[in-house]
Design a protein around this ligand. Structure first.
Ligand code: TXA
Ligand code: MG
Length: 328
């Protein structure tokens, strides 16, 4: 393996560290923590998607995360920690942040808050704010306990669907990172809800499994979604979640008549039989990204996603809309 200063163009052997069984997990996590401590990059499982880990306080390691992903430098990263007490070492918490942390963390939610000064500017793309989260996954929590705070963007090449298995990570960045910890498939399957608490009005910058209603019940105020236009979340400016195959999203009362030669149809269970001449699969948060990657691997001509109005959750509708290129 190359030294920590090696750039992303220099290939290294990416180690696959098994954390699927208790007997291998401890050794895998120690090894991963040692690699991270030496400035290397290690992908790790969370409940949402796999993250590309680097020590959050090591600016050089963080810079290589941007290089490996091909990520624009204006798109800030999330800092992951292992317990609510550790959040204050990264961000400045107010009562709202403390309420969310005690009600929902660990869990698939990220808070944007004023940053502590020592968090490298490169991790937060020069912003005065920082995104923080505590993943609800035993392997991630053990790793964070051993290695300290980690930046963790999704461990895909920028613009590709996020990885929900260790294999997906290897498909995108094998040879560019020191290791990937295999913790099996991710339970949630789409990225965390990003809630901006840096201003007076809380705003959801990225929808996820935790929706506005759940946050409203904790904070007791109405929560708005940042609907495209204002772009307060730099990451949502860039195209995301898209396979190489074209994706067509159809939200309509009646199933469409399909004219594509070899389409993959993703739909809800209720409409699965409406497409007898196509390969059709049930779409869900958990399976979406794996299905989009399969569409590329198998070589379908087009992915058609069909649902009736109101059938998909806010988080799932956001991701399929972006995958179809209808919203950037
Ligand atoms: O579920 C997740 O959040 C996964 C797992 C690995 O934890 N991580 C993830 O990271 O999705 P990433 O980098 O792919 O997405 C981070 C999102 C981006 O949309 C980014 O623009 C936004 O969070 N973000 C980060 N810091 C921000 C900040 N200071 N202000 C506004 N948005 C921010
Ligand atoms: Mg991402």
């Amino acid at each position: 393996m190359q030294g920590a200063s090696a750039g992303p163009t220099i290939q290294m052997e990416t180690r696959l560290l098994d954390a699927l069984t208790l007997s291998t997990r401890t050794a895998s996590i120690s090894e991963a923590a040692a690699l991270l401590g030496a400035g290397h990059l290690v992908a790790f499982p969370t409940e949402t998607v796999y993250g590309l880990g680097a020590s959050a306080l090591d600016a050089d390691a963080v810079r290589r995360v941007f290089d490996v992903k091909g990520r624009p430098p204006d798109n800030p990263l999330i800092v992951h920690v292992h317990e609510p007490e550790a959040l204050a070492s990264i961000a400045v918490l107010d009562d709202r942040a403390r309420a969310i942390a005690s009600a929902m963390m660990p869990g698939p939610i990220t808070l944007v808050l004023p940053s502590q000064e020592h968090v490298p500017l490169i991790a937060r793309a020069g912003l005065p704010t920082v995104a923080v989260r505590i993943p609800d996954h035993e392997v991630a929590l053990d790793l964070l306990r051993a290695a300290g705070p980690l930046v963790g963007p999704s461990a895909n090449k920028s613009g590709r669907p996020s990885p929900t298995t260790a294999d997906h990570v290897l498909n995108d960045i094998d040879g560019l990172i020191a290791a990937v910890i295999d913790g099996g498939p991710c339970r949630v399957g789409i990225e965390s809800t990003v809630l901006d608490l840096s201003g007076d009005e809380p705003v959801i910058l990225r929808p996820g499994l935790i929706d506005a209603g759940a946050i409203e019940r904790v904070l007791g105020v109405t929560i708005a979604y940042d609907e495209g236009g204002t772009h307060r979340s730099p990451g949502t400016r860039h195209q995301h979640y898209a396979p190489r195959v074209p994706v067509r999203l159809i939200i309509a009362e009646e199933p469409p008549v399909i004219d594509t030669r070899l389409p993959l149809v993703l739909t809800t269970k209720r409409h699965l039989d409406a497409f007898p001449r196509a390969v059709s699969r049930i779409v869900s948060e958990e399976r979406l990204y794996a299905l989009l990657r399969t569409a590329d691997d198998v070589g379908f001509d087009e992915v058609i996603i069909y649902a009736q109005p109101g059938e998909l959750s806010t988080g799932l509708l956001d991701r399929v809309t972006r995958a179809s290129g209808a919203r950037r």
